[in-house]
Design a protein around this ligand. Structure first.
Ligand code: SF4
Length: 434
């Protein structure tokens, strides 16, 4: 089913009026990974957590092949494989799960936070994992807290796994004192090195009370409340943002920190909120802006004037299209996104070149037809579509790579541009060699 509609952009809280772009809404067959994928980067981020997928052999294979086998370290994820059983057998399934958790926690005293991660096989859907988490928490607290969230492939995109995980953490965040000094919370899993870079920039701006969600240790969750301002580091955290806003946290509206422009505007939103003067702001961001601007030069010659087509997958599509079109001279012929969260993306939509074709949801065959008709220079898509499109002579970039790679902030802007330049470079080399 395909519907053209205007995106409902104008919501309370947005300062600048945004002209709603025409959005092609599609509700057809989709080609996406499931939310279990988030475990691959989340298990590295929360260092004393364990992700126990309650799933099938398929889930175990996905994790094993996508995340690889850890040879030198104890793994921080695993799969409890549930076999098919009827409703009468559910008591046994719960007992089995409890035994698996008991064995795991006895063997691994380093685990302080255990996530039971739901999946989509029918034998798992019958289990109530939130009740299982409560039961197991009651048994293992104070040493280990057990939480649950769903990474199921039904009606999700792969980045929603992180959103569900972080939203599950919000109720555990301590309540901020009424008279607490104003603080900043950055929501979204970032590589430690990127987190440290941002922390340094905020400190130079004089914003010292900065915390990140998720925290590196389960017991270090920051307090949140009405004196907390929040910057989203990722555009796919709608549930997490909603849970934090319900606690009174104030979301700062800004583009996402990709490229020179996005990073500057993202930092500026915090600077304005904390009353940092213009001169200080410019002085602090100038060196990073300059380095990032120089780093972008490497890829600009290759990307300028090229046409790019985004299939909906990571939910990073709109911010990346903004970055590529405004800073590298690319033309986005279609920007597909699984969900268009108009309020979170208001600042991004405002910056996208007028007339950019946006599509929300997917009807994969129709989108493939549009893509083939456009013959773009580069297609950003999931792994399942990349090989067939390459075979048809189109250069592709795996969208999942954009989530695995450090791409936020000034210092990563050059690498982010290179991620798009590399497939074009490879294609040119293949042409020369042919
Ligand atoms: S959760 Fe569903 S989609 Fe994901 S690996 Fe398991 S069975 Fe497949």
């Amino acid at each position: 089913m395909t519907v053209w509609a205007a995106a409902p952009v104008a919501e309370a809280g947005c300062d600048a009026p945004v002209i709603p772009p025409a959005v092609l809404r599609q509700r057809g067959q989709r080609e996406v990974f499931c939310g279990l994928t988030g475990i691959i980067w989340l298990h590295r981020k929360i260092q004393d957590a364990f992700f126990l997928v309650v799933g099938s052999r398929t889930c175990a294979h996905l994790l094993q092949s996508a995340a690889g086998v850890m040879v030198f370290a104890e793994p921080r994820f695993g799969t409890a494989i549930m076999e098919e059983r009827d409703l009468a057998g559910l008591a046994d399934a719960n007992e089995e799960l409890d035994q698996i958790v008991d064995r795991l926690l006895t063997r691994r005293p380093d685990i302080k936070l255990l996530f039971l991660v739901g999946s989509c096989p029918s034998e798992v859907i019958k289990l109530d994992l939130s009740r299982a988490a409560q039961r197991l928490s009651a048994k293992h607290l104070p040493e280990v807290r057990v939480l649950s969230y769903s990474g199921s492939g039904i009606e999700t995109t792969f980045t929603q796994g992180e959103d569900a995980c972080l939203a599950a953490l919000v109720p555990l965040m301590p309540v901020q004192d009424r008279d607490a000094a104003p603080s900043l919370l950055v929501a979204g899993a970032l590589p430690d090195i990127v987190e440290d870079q941002f922390r340094r920039l905020f400190a130079e701006l004089g914003i010292d009370r900065v915390a990140f969600l998720p925290a590196r240790k389960a017991g270090a969750l920051p307090a949140a409340g009405p004196n907390t301002a929040m910057l989203l580091a990722q555009p796919f955290l709608s549930e997490t943002a909603r849970a934090l806003e319900e606690r009174g946290v104030q979301r700062l509206l800004a583009p996402f920190p990709f490229g020179v422009e996005g990073t500057t505007a993202w930092l500026k939103a915090a600077a304005d909120h904390f009353g940092v003067d213009e001169l200080t702001f410019r002085r602090v961001v100038a060196p990073g802006r300059e380095r990032a601007g120089r780093a972008l030069e490497r890829s600009r010659a290759r990307l300028n004037g090229k046409r790019i087509f985004f299939f909906p997958d990571s939910q990073l599509e709109i911010p990346l299209a903004r970055f590529l079109s405004r800073e590298l001279g690319m033309t986005a012929v279609e920007v597909g996104t699984p969900y268009l969260h108009a309020r979170h993306l208001a600042a991004e939509l405002d910056l996208l070149p007028r007339g950019t074709r946006l599509s929300e949801g997917q009807d994969v065959d129709r989108q493939l037809e549009r893509c083939r008709a456009e013959r773009p220079d580069l297609v950003v898509c999931g792994l399942g579509l990349a090989n067939p499109l390459e075979a048809e002579g189109l250069a592709t970039k795996w969208s999942i790579e954009l989530v695995f790679s450090p791409i936020h902030g000034f210092e990563q802007a050059g690498d982010l541009a290179e991620l798009f330049a590399r497939p074009l470079m490879r294609r040119d080399l293949l042409k020369v060699g042919a």
